[in-house]
Structures are given as C-alpha cells and as structure tokens.
Design a protein around this ligand. Structure first.
Ligand SMILES: [Zn+2]
Length: 199
C-alpha cells in the first residue's frame, strides 16, 4: 500500500501538497547534526506539522527509546485499519463510539509512535464523525441502495477494489473499514416494519 508519512494524506486527500511543509522528523532541538540531512525532512501537511507533531521526537518518549517508521524506507509499510462502531445510530456517533484497531502487529510499536506524534487515531475518528465525511459516505450507500436499487454489498465490493488500488482517493483506506463497520452493525439490512431503516 503506502508509505506512512504524517496523516497519510487524510486531511487534504489527493491534494496533499508536499511542497507545503517539510517536517524535521527528528527534531532539530534534539538532533542538531541531523538538521542538514535531507532524509530527515519528511513531507507533512500543515496540520500534521504545526498542530500535532511540533517538537515531538519519534525516537523517544517519556519512557525511553521507541521504534518509529522511517519516511524514506525503500519498501512502503502497509497498514491495516479495522473499525468497529459501538452502536448503529450514526446521527449520534461520537469519537467515543468508535473502536479502531491498527495492524499488522509486527509493526505495532511503530504504529503507536505514528499515532502519538500525529494524533492519528483521534483525527481519523473525528473524520468518521463529520457530516462531510463518514456520515456522507454512509448516506451515499443508502441513497444508491434506496434510489438506484444498488445493493450495498455490491457497493462494498467495488469499494474494496478501489481501496486496494487507490487507497488515498476519497480516503478509501478509512472509508472502506468504516462502511464495513456500518454493514456489521446492520445499517444495510433490509428495512422491516420494526426497523424502518436508519439515518
Ligand atoms: Zn497531514
């Protein structure tokens, strides 16, 4: 899949402008000898750089050394995300109602560092709760189902293909696990008189 850098193009999607900002991945204050190392300049969007990362050190935290992803690794590390929703009332979805698991476990320590320095989990969850993202993705499936007769399972199948081929487009990498979670919560079940549908 992709190289892990900052928010994974989350906030700006395809328009992530890498010329906008380069972050000193290992902060200059702790590693002055590295400030002239181009491989220590990681592309990062403004929000990642100026709101989240700041002077945080990917290689250490309060309890000592930690592993971190290397932004220029020759082979991109794939990351899997699994989303679970604690209830199916999407209109009332809050950050606390979302569980998110990141994998693979072989790089768990690096993932924890990545989440810590860029506030990844909180920002991904916030994205799922917003009207223009998570809720809009769900509405699209429901609209196509109800108005065009397109089966939600077909929708998920083509989304799976898209997410594999184009993870950044439309934030497919997070859209897919979110809609899978909606599916498991019964949001795409046939409406019955007792359950007149959701949203
Ligand atoms: Zn970013």
């Amino acid at each position: 899949m992709v190289l892990v850098v900052s928010c994974w193009a989350l906030i700006k999607g395809e328009n992530h402008n890498y010329r906008e900002a380069y972050d000193h991945y290992l902060p200059k204050g702790h590693y002055p000898f590295n400030s002239i190392n181009f491989r220590n300049l990681a592309p990062a969007c403004h929000e990642c750089n100026s709101t989240y990362k700041l002077g945080k050190d990917p290689a250490h935290n309060h309890s000592g050394r930690r592993k971190a992803f290397y932004p220029y690794a020759p082979i991109a590390q794939p990351i899997n995300i699994k989303v679970d929703l604690l209830h199916s009332d999407i209109a009332k979805l809050t950050l606390a109602d979302i569980n998110m698991e990141f994998g693979p476990t072989a790089v768990n320590e690096q993932i924890e560092t990545w989440k810590d320095i860029y506030g990844i989990e909180e920002r991904y969850k916030a994205k799922l709760c917003t009207e223009s993202d998570g809720k809009a993705w769900l509405t699209q499936v429901l609209d196509e189902w109800k108005e065009l007769g397109r089966d939600p399972q077909e929708f998920l199948k083509s989304l799976e293909l898209n997410a594999r081929k184009r993870p950044f487009t439309d934030c497919n990498f997070i859209k897919k696990p979110f809609l899978d979670a909606c599916y498991r919560k019964g949001l795409f079940d046939e409406p019955t008189p007792a359950n007149p549908g959701s949203v």
